[in-house]
Design a protein around this ligand. Structure first.
Ligand SMILES: Cc1ncc(COP(=O)(O)O)c(C=O)c1O
Length: 457
């Protein structure tokens, strides 16, 4: 039996332990404040240079109201401007009226509506694959599909500029070897060196690279894949609606046989004016993914309004390529405008037009300068780029009027006067140092390298 003294002692000890645990908890919560990204954010805020989480009060797709002031949006992925198209909005509203606002469960169990299957059929037909699978986001497509198809005995070869969702999907899968951006000689070298160690090999690439607006060298990737027996997985988040026949994407842009690309994924969060994503491929492959993909099975289904939005977008662009044509014309106008002003837009060939800046802080300063002059663009800094290779990411829409674009170019002329112009080749020394750093590492250690790994778009 416990004496009173012993009870008091135990209570004291318990209190002490609780206090210690509490102190430890407070310390670990406090360590978030010391995180270098949080410190960087705090510093930027203190200098009025923090460009993230700007709160948009109203938007008509092209103009946004922030702090009661109008800004021309050139930082969005609303490539076809369909978020505000009357037919698209009507279809989204009708779907909400018919099915309600959500599916309240996973498609695997209770959330699979006929409208999801209708969309899958239309997407497969549109892309030219046998089947497709619709997920709740594009990020989930890459997490779930890549981790399902690249197993512990398999490996992936991944472009260094690939999106963060690919990097994370592959982290959940087998081995990954990264190759320098669009460097086909290095890709082939890696594939031929390592292919015999693995059961299945998969080459993974963005179709259009989300930060720099370049296009993957798919014809060469197809050649390498055929020669070495590799599967190909293309993330066409920025190609769908933008490139190819009626916006069918990067594979169509090159006239490649769709069957030569085994998995084609994309998202509805850009040209398709909503949220959600899909992957297409052969019936067997998609059925396999449907039954093993954890981000598909253990997450609720895409809401009916988003499904109907994607269906309406396919309907529109299948019949009418004028959105895509206007987008091309606007992108061309801006590329020429920036080049005439002397800006370095790297190798952009698409509506994503980066402006090379170099220094991270300068990129923040220019972003806020643009903001104060009524233009909304976004900065891309390390680790999303190599150190010293900061960019402004600008992107265009079919819905921009030429007068909006002309206004932006006039503001960029002021940027040039205020900040000057930087060229990427002037930064070659830094870039070369970065590349040297990379090549001095083995490909195995490169896999764990943090540089390039976080994409904020
Ligand atoms: C290349 C790429 N892949 C995948 C995604 C993820 O798509 P979502 O926004 O639908 O999650 C994005 C967008 O952020 C992207 O740019």
């Amino acid at each position: 039996m416990l004496t009173n003294d012993r009870l008091i002692d135990d209570n004291l000890t318990n209190n002490k332990l609780a206090n210690l645990a509490n102190e430890k908890l407070l310390n670990s919560l406090g360590s978030f404040v010391k995180d270098r990204y949080i410190q960087k954010a705090a510093l930027l805020k203190s200098q009025n240079l923090y460009p993230y989480f700007r709160s948009i009060e109203e938007t008509d797709a092209i103009n946004v109201i922030i702090g009661n002031k109008k800004h021309v949006m050139i930082g969005s992925n609303n490539y076809l401007g369909l978020t505000h198209h009357p037919y698209v909005q009507e279809m989204a509203i009708k779907a909400t009226e018919r099915y309600g606002t959500g599916c309240t469960g996973s498609r695997f169990l209770n959330g699979n509506f006929a409208i999801h299957e209708e969309l899958e059929e239309k997407l497969a037909k549109f892309i030219g694959h046998e089947a497709s699978l619709v997920y709740a986001t594009g990020m989930q497509v890459n997490l779930g599909t890549l981790s399902s198809i690249v197993g512990p005995r398999d490996c992936a070869f991944s472009d260094m500029e690939n999106h963060a969702s690919i990097i994370d999907g592959l982290r959940l899968g087998g081995k990954t070897y990264k190759y320098k951006h669009n460097n086909m000689a290095e890709l082939e070298d890696l594939v031929s060196t390592y292919k015999d160690r693995y059961e299945k090999i998969v080459i993974v690439t963005d179709g259009v690279f989300s930060m720099t607006g370049g296009i993957a060298n798919l014809p060469e990737i197809v050649r390498i894949a055929k020669k070495h027996g590799a599967l190909i997985y293309v993330d066409d988040a920025h190609g769908l609606g933008v490139l190819g026949n009626h916006g069918r994407g990067t594979v169509s842009h090159y006239g490649i046989n769709t069957q030569d690309v085994h998995f084609n994924m994309s998202t509805f969060s850009k040209s398709f004016a909503s949220i959600g994503g899909f992957v297409s491929g052969s019936k067997e492959a998609i059925d396999y993914v449907r039954h093993v993909s954890r981000s598909f099975i253990f997450s609720a289904a895409l809401p009916p309004s988003a499904v109907a939005t994607a269906l309406a977008c396919i309907d529109l662009i299948s019949k009418d390529d004028s959105f895509q044509k206007r987008l091309e014309s606007n992108a061309r106008f801006m590329r020429e405008g920036f080049l005439n002003l002397g800006f370095d837009i790297l190798n952009s060939e698409t509506p994503i037009i980066p402006i090379f800046v170099g220094d991270d802080v300068k990129a923040m300063k220019i972003t806020m300068f643009l903001h104060h002059h009524g233009v909304f663009a976004t900065p891309v800094i390390a680790p999303a780029t190599a150190p010293g290779m900061a960019l402004l990411r600008t992107s265009y829409s079919a819905a921009h009027e030429k007068s909006d674009l002309q206004f932006c170019l006039e503001i960029f002329e002021k940027v040039k006067k205020e900040f000057g112009i930087n060229k990427a080749d002037e930064e070659d020394e830094t870039h070369e140092m970065h590349e040297m750093h990379e090549t001095h590492e083995t490909h195995e250690t490169l896999e764990r390298h943090e540089t390039y790994e976080t994409k904020y778009c």
